[in-house]
Design a protein around this ligand. Structure first.
Ligand SMILES: NC(=O)c1ccc[n+]([C@@H]2O[C@H](COP(=O)([O-])OP(=O)(O)OC[C@H]3O[C@@H](n4cnc5c(N)ncnc54)[C@H](OP(=O)(O)O)[C@@H]3O)[C@@H](O)[C@H]2O)c1
Length: 319
């Protein structure tokens, strides 16, 4: 009896520690730059930043969309002093990105947080994706994240503070039918995030790798137009989320300095399975992963078999 009570207390203590939130940093009065801030997840992040009192700079190409987004984001400011600016730039153009980031540092103020959200997906079997699309996917999704990140780093290091978000995807952790090129670009972001995390840790800079699930955005609508039927059927296993919900989770995790940001059970399963040598914040989190990794692998094997069956069935129907 005595031992059971002690055991219960220890288990409850571990659960309390596991559920305990990390202290959050504040972006009130700070400058937040968001690439891809004119639409979808990026725009939802911008609205959240405005609601939290930050100066927000939106980066994207289309000026009209940027202006519309700026008007929308402005409605959410909590102080007249907040500056909401927008810059038309292609994130895959290194020099333009560097110049604009430098200019924003002087016109709006020192950048505290960079959210890399610009990106797009083209699906299809590898042999069906054009060379120009392959190059564009790499340029925008990979280099378009690396360039803004590289541009803010020197000043983040000088100031000994900063938050960087890299937006990958669930297919940045697992390969999937129809995503060969997009998925490899998003996988590359994980390597970038993990390496960078080691480099910037002594400078009090945090890196968050966001792994959004399918999210109802204009980008997702475009992506659906190129999705093979196999990809659609496999994707249906997980649900569709709203950009506001996804952005809220990314913002929360980034301000807490979490390395991964994910949402929903499938993402939890996948992130735990693929945790590998990724950074950790709590030893209790590591212990939990050590215990559940084995059973999760069994669940993953079931999912993989199910995906194979879908692909085989579609292939037979097409013959
Ligand atoms: N939606 C999903 O289901 C989902 C799931 C996982 C990951 N993601 C990732 O989340 C991020 C945001 O996706 P989303 O669905 O919110 O997309 P979205 O609605 O299409 O928004 C994309 C944003 O990026 C900008 N952009 C695209 N190419 C650019 C370029 N070359 N230079 C500068 N800006 C560029 C777009 O504006 P302009 O076109 O005007 O430049 C727009 O503001 C992407 O990295 C995407 O890969 C999305």
């Amino acid at each position: 009896m005595y031992y059971s009570i002690i055991l219960c207390l220890i288990v409850s203590f571990i659960f309390v520690l596991l559920l305990k939130k990390n202290p959050k940093r504040s972006i009130k009065g700070k400058h937040v730059v968001i690439t891809g801030g004119s639409s979808g997840i990026g725009k939802a992040m911008a609205i959240l930043a405005a609601q939290q009192g930050a100066h927000v700079s939106l980066l994207a190409r289309n000026l009209e969309k940027l202006e519309e987004a700026r008007t929308e984001v402005k409605k959410h400011i909590i102080s007249e002093e907040q500056i909401i600016s927008r810059v038309s730039v292609d994130v895959s153009h290194r020099e333009a990105v560097e110049n604009n980031i430098l200019e924003l540092e002087t016109t709006v103020g020192p950048i505290y947080m960079l959210v890399n959200c610009a990106g797009f997906a083209v699906c299809g079997k590898l042999e069906d994706i054009s060379d120009s699309n392959i190059k564009r996917l790499i340029d925008v999704n990979y280099l378009g994240t690396l360039y803004p990140t590289k541009a803010v780093l020197p000043r983040f290091k000088e100031r000994h503070e900063g938050i960087i978000v890299l937006t990958s995807s669930q297919v940045g952790l697992m390969g999937m039918f129809g995503y060969s090129v997009y998925s490899s670009c998003k996988f590359a972001l994980r390597g970038l995030a993990e390496s960078l995390n080691m480099e910037v840790k002594p400078f009090n800079i945090s890196i968050t790798l966001a792994l959004p699930p399918d999210t109802d955005t204009p980008g997702f609508d475009n992506e659906n137009q190129t999705k093979p039927v196999e990809t659609k059927l496999i994707s249906e296993v997980a649900g569709l989320y709203q950009p506001e919900t996804v952005a809220k989770k990314i913002m929360e995790n980034a301000l807490e300095g979490q390395f991964f940001s994910y949402l929903g059970f499938e993402s939890f399963l996948l992130t735990t399975l693929c945790v590998g040598m990724s950074p950790y914040k709590s030893i209790l989190g590591v212990l939990l992963q050590a215990v559940i990794l084995g059973p999760f692998r069994l669940i993953a094997a079931f999912y993989l078999k199910y995906f194979d069956c879908i692909i085989l069935k579609v292939s037979k129907n097409n013959q």
